[in-house]
Structures are given as C-alpha cells and as structure tokens.
Design a protein around this ligand. Structure first.
Ligand code: CDP
Ligand code: CDP
Length: 222
C-alpha cells in the first residue's frame, strides 16, 4: 500500500478540515477518512453504554469493537444512523477527553490505516500527518482564529437544529484546543514539512484550491 498516495489535513476544531478534505477527495476521486468521526463514534457508544470516562480499559474495548459503517456520507453505529448524533458538542467534547487515552488511540489506529485504498486517500484529524500517515505525500495544517472557528461551528449547529450560543462555543473551543494541544500522546501540532494554511479570511473553496495546487506541485516532482 506504500505507493498509494495519502494527503493529510490536520488542524484544530472547526478549522474546516472536514469540509476541505471531503472536497479535495471528491475532486481527486480519492477515498476520504474522517478520523474524528471514529473518536466521536467511540464517545457516543461509551455515553450510550454508560462506560465511565475514567475506565480506560472499558473505553478501549468500546473502540476495538466499534460496529461502525461508512456509507457515502452516512455513518452507522450498529443499525442506527448516527450521522447527525455524533456532531453534538457533548459528543465532540467527550471524544476529545477519551482521545487522550493511549489505549483508545491504539485501538483506532489499525482501523484508520485500513482506509488507505487505491487510487488515494485524503485523511483529516489531529495526528494524520504526525502519527498515522507519517509518509504522506502532502501534509496540510489548517487553522483559523478561534473567533472565526466559533462562528463557523455556530452556523453548523444552528443549521442542524442543535442549541448553541457563541459564548459557550468560544469557551468549548478554547478548552478543546488546549486539551488537544497539550496531551502527552499525539498532541495537535503541525507535522514536519506540513504546509500551514490560515483560513480565517478564506472561503472553503479557496482553501480547497490551495491544497489542490500543492498536490499538483508534489505530483510533478515525483
Ligand atoms: O470536528 P472537530 O474538529 O471539532 O472534531 P473531530 O475532528 O470530529 O474530532 C473530535 C475529537 O476527537 C477532537 O477534539 C480530538 O480530541 C479527537 N481526535 C483525535 O484526537 N485525533 C484525530 N485524528 C481526530 C480526532
Ligand atoms: O472538520 P472541522 O471541525 O475542522 O471543520 P468542518 O466541520 O469542516 O466545519 C467548518 C465549517 O466552516 C463548514 O460549515 C464550512 O463550510 C465552513 N468554512 C470552512 O470550512 N472553511 C472556510 N475557509 C470557511 C468556512
């Protein structure tokens, strides 16, 4: 599988990783891995089964036995469509807490590697370029100001019918940024050689265009 190209897109919450990675994958006819969804699925499953968040062993079991299925842009847990349920802020916050546990990260690593299928993969998350796909042909670190990100998340949540206030979101985002950046294992940081793209004043399509340009340049070199 080492000849199958991988593009990694990492960055903080609501920086636009998912949107940009999904569109880049579509343009290139590549597969797409939303690694955050795996952490969110583990979190949702743990919340549903009332596995305490300090039960590292129990949480790793949940991650190992995740009965999840990705069908187009729909995500299933067992026979329940959880595409919308996993986007709740509570699930994101719980995901960020359990993502600090090495056993959980280990349990989800193999699952993520399995997404590397021809003709190529675009993977988004926190450690795609640093840990999971260190030999990716192109690594991007997407970022944006916390205010821009809170506003984006606010619009998304309201559109989906979830309750939200800017004040709570700013607080949540700052907490999550700190937790994801300061954890001992696979902390959020740009991978070596990553292109850093600040999208505070960019549209998602402009970000997509930039990533495609970088990929075209990489391909030309190889
Ligand atoms: O969409 P958002 O950026 O808010 O979050 P996500 O990508 O869906 O990921 C949810 C949580 O999972 C993050 O806050 C991270 O703590 C964790 N995560 C991770 O640790 N490593 C990844 N590769 C992806 C997500
Ligand atoms: O995956 P991540 O949490 O990083 O972000 P997302 O779920 O893709 O959400 C980003 C939201 O901001 C989406 O509604 C995008 O349409 C919007 N947006 C963006 O992604 N990039 C920009 N440069 C501007 C807006």
């Amino acid at each position: 599988t080492h000849s199958i190209p991988v593009i990694t897109i990492d960055g903080p919450t609501a920086s636009g990783k998912g949107t940009v990675a999904h569109r880049v994958a579509h343009q290139l006819h590549f597969h797409y891995l939303d690694s955050g969804a795996l952490y969110r699925l583990t979190a949702l499953s743990a919340l549903r089964h009332e596995v305490p968040l300090n039960d590292e062993h129990g949480l790793a079991k949940v991650a190992e036995r995740l009965p999840c299925r990705f069908a187009g842009d729909q995500i299933w847990l067992g026979n329940e469509n959880v595409t919308s349920a996993i986007r709740a802020e509570e699930v994101g916050n719980t995901a960020s807490k359990i993502a600090a546990l090495p056993t959980v990260r280990h349990a989800l690593a193999g699952l993520q590697l399995g997404f590397r299928i021809a003709p190529g993969l675009v993977a988004d998350g926190r450690d795609m370029g640093t840990v999971i796909f260190p030999h990716a042909v192109l690594k991007v670190f997407l970022t944006a100001s916390v205010e821009a990100r809170a506003e984006r998340r606010y619009k998304q949540l309201i559109d989906k019918g979830f309750p939200a206030t800017m004040e709570d979101l700013l607080k949540d985002l700052r907490e999550r940024d700190a937790r994801d950046s300061n954890r001992a294992i696979a902390p959020l940081k740009p991978a070596e050689g990553a292109h850093i793209l600040d999208t505070s004043h960019m549209t998602a399509d402009e970000a997509v265009e930039q990533v495609l340009k970088w990929y075209a340049a990489v391909k030309k070199q190889s």
